[in-house]
Design a protein around this ligand. Structure first.
Ligand code: IPM
Ligand code: MG
Length: 356
């Protein structure tokens, strides 16, 4: 029987609750599709700071590097906000992404027709929304040097090299080839030199992809277009900070930030995590939506483990239970058959997998 090693990081806030549900679902698919998952639970973020004094302990990084994939919940919380930047929970995640060379963050945003009512946009603009945000994840303002906060002045640096842009652009074009063959590079080329380089590189990569179209859009316009006509987008290729912002916006178009999964890949080991944060305001109440994390576990099966039948089963089960009307609180605005807790939602999806 095939056996895979998974480094599981629950993190902070709602992280533990949503990861527990993803594990419930993974247990079910592994039994059904005949493979074994060896889970190693590790600390990162605030939970690691409380125990080890650092947000990414060596042991966690070592486990991640020795695993087939990392499944991650969420990190952060008010308790650790006052710490020096390099000791904050978020620094742990950023370091993990960098150490694993997880430069390509794939964030699919699809509107399920049954959830049209959960979106804050009008139903008529939601028809056919199916986009993929390809976010560069290990460069840009998040990592650029120099950076500093002085008494009366602070600065960050946006730096991108040709090779950093080229490798993420290829991922976007490859992904577009398997979709509607349209890449939209979102940038701020009317103001930023880095964006000019992004355009140069994307244009030269495009010459290897005659079948894929490339269009450019300024990020302010893209933020507006996303709510004006979200169905116009296929693949959005963009740098780290713009991708962070636009993917949160895209999630609300789909109904809730609790729905969107992600895969962060590029190196030997990828990180699979929901796009949302640790939501300290609702942590421990059992109301979090585990679907984003469960779908992230599905992406892990597909991309890291090659278990595509099991990944398909997760996607199908989620679609079915949504069609049947099961809703967590965040997506229950109008048409809930019953409002499920986080744990109930995980169990319903797991049972649905058995029933497929
Ligand atoms: C995300 C999150 C992170 C990011 C934070 C927690 C550092 O917002 O994954 O989108 O900004 O990348
Ligand atoms: Mg974010």
């Amino acid at each position: 029987m095939k056996r895979y090693k998974i480094c599981v990081i629950k993190g902070d806030g709602i992280g533990p609750e949503i990861i527990d549900e993803a594990i419930k679902v993974l247990d079910r698919v592994s039994a059904k599709f005949g493979f074994e998952l060896e889970l190693s639970y590790q600390l990162m973020g605030g939970a690691a700071i409380d125990v080890f004094g650092v947000p990414l302990p060596d042991e966690t990084l070592k486990c991640a590097l020795e695993s087939d994939a990392v499944l991650f919940g969420a990190i952060g919380g008010a308790k650790w906000d006052g710490l020096e930047r390099h000791l904050r929970p978020e620094s742990g995640l950023l370091k993990l992404r960098k150490e694993l060379n997880a430069f390509a963050n794939l964030r699919p945003a699809i509107v399920f027709k049954e959830l049209v009512n959960a979106s804050t946009l009008k139903p008529e603009v939601l028809d056919g929304v199916d986009m993929l945000v390809v976010r560069e994840l290990t460069g840009g303002l998040y990592f650029g040097q120099p950076r500093a906060k002085e008494a009366d002045r602070a600065y960050n640096t946006m730096v991108y090299s040709r090779s950093e842009i080229e490798r993420i652009a290829r991922i976007a074009f490859d992904a577009a080839r398997m979709r509607q063959k349209r890449v939209c590079l979102v940038d701020k080329a009317n103001v930023l030199e880095t964006s000019e380089l992004w355009r140069d590189v994307a244009q030269s990569v495009k010459s290897d992809y005659e079948d894929v179209s490339l269009e450019y859009m300024y990020v302010d316009n893209a933020a507006m277009q996303l709510v004006r006509n979200p169905a116009q987008f296929d693949v959005i290729l963009t740098e780290n900070l713009f991708g962070d912002i636009l993917s949160d916006e895209a999630s609300q178009i789909c109904g809730s930030i609790g729905l969107l999964p992600s895969a962060s890949m590029g190196g030997k080991v990828g990180i699979y995590e929901p796009i949302h944060g640790s939501a300290p305001d609702i942590a421990g109440q059992g109301v979090a939506n585990p679907i984003a994390t469960i779908l992230s576990a599905g992406m892990m099966l597909r991309y890291a483990l090659g278990e595509s039948a099991a990944a398909d089963a997760i996607d199908t089960a989620v679609r079915k239970i949504i069609a049947e009307g099961y809703r967590t609180k965040d997506i229950s605005l109008f048409d809930a058959k019953e409002i499920c807790s986080c744990a109930e939602m995980g169990s319903i999806i797991a049972q649905q997998i058995d029933a497929l």
